[in-house]
Design a protein around this ligand. Structure first.
Ligand code: MN
Ligand code: MN
Ligand code: MN
Length: 296
């Protein structure tokens, strides 16, 4: 395997393949990343590591370094939060078991939505909704599209208003585990837990600080400071948060499909100096092995 010895690394630690809700197969995703100049990539599919072996084979032939990754859903208070796990041992039996349970949780919810809709007189939509999700576990937006196709409602908005929205039969809460639990899974498998896209939860600054506090207490070590489509104001806020809380800084595009100009593999706003990059703490550290000392 050849690792490009470029003076500047291009590091993308968050993206999705067809193993979850991405459009590209793992090998195509890695190939595209290589074409975009990415030197270090983590494929972080939702609640699965099924794409990793295909991605690894392609990474070896494309000459880019693949870091083990996944993005796990969990609950903090009543809020769904995403935690990216990086550089874990993918053969760890307890971790694999936890991922299998996580995947089953998704299906259990899809089945419950199906059953509740059936009680209102709608047909069994699970198969069609699964097709809408590209063969993966369908969520409410996929059920909404089928309800439109079946002529039950005129559009997705009406599907939510009548069938899927708050207080309606298809409003089934996800069965996610607690934040602290998923952080422990990742940590116990030798990985680093990263709080994904912290600005996406639309929390107030105070609530976000509380979240980060709880995340750290559970063993979380890093937050995504730079992600696609965020403003420079968001970046500045997260840089400050990362510094204050003495967390490792991560970055990733959260790429799902080609053609979105605001979201491309490897295209991430540069993090300012003075933060400690998470990739310095991988088992095989990337970049300068000595930590950056000052932010001046
Ligand atoms: Mn996604
Ligand atoms: Mn996410
Ligand atoms: Mn994601």
């Amino acid at each position: 395997m050849t690792i490009p010895q470029a003076p500047v690394f291009c590091i993308d630690l968050h993206c999705h393949s067809t193993a979850s809700d991405g459009l590209l197969a793992p090998a195509d995703l890695v190939q595209r990343a290589a074409e975009k100049g990415v030197s270090h990539l983590a494929v972080t599919d939702h609640d699965t590591i099924d794409g990793l072996s295909e991605a690894r084979t392609q990474a070896e032939s494309s000459g880019i370094r693949l870091i083990n990754g996944t993005e796990l859903s969990c609950l903090w208070k009543t809020q769904t939060i995403h935690v990216v796990g990086l550089d874990f041992d993918s053969a760890n039996p307890a971790f694999r078991e936890a991922l299998a349970r996580q995947h089953e949780n998704r299906w259990a919810r899809a089945r419950m939505i199906t059953e509740r809709l059936q009680k209102t007189g709608v047909a069994d939509l699970l198969e069609k909704a699964t097709a809408k999700a590209g063969g993966d576990v369908p969520g409410r937006p996929h059920f909404a599209r089928v309800l439109v196709e079946e002529g039950r409602v005129k559009d997705a908005a009406q599907a939510f208003k009548r069938y899927l929205g708050a207080g309606k039969p298809g409003d089934v809460k996800a069965f996610w585990p607690e934040l602290s639990e998923v952080v422990q899974w990742i940590t116990a498998a030798g990985g680093i837990a990263v709080l994904a896209h912290p600005r996406k939860y639309r929390l107030t600054a105070t609530k976000l600080r509380n979240l980060v506090h709880d995340f750290k207490r559970a063993g979380g070590r890093s937050i995504e400071v730079s992600t696609s489509g965020q403003s420079s104001g968001d970046l500045g806020f997260l840089v400050e948060l990362c510094r204050q809380q003495e967390l490792l800084a991560s970055q990733g595009s959260d790429f799902h499909f080609p053609g979105a100009p605001w979201c491309e593999l490897g295209k991430i706003m540069k993090m300012p100096d003075g933060l400690e990059p998470v990739w310095h703490h991988f088992k095989e550290p990337a970049g300068v092995p000595s930590p950056v000392q000052s932010g001046a």
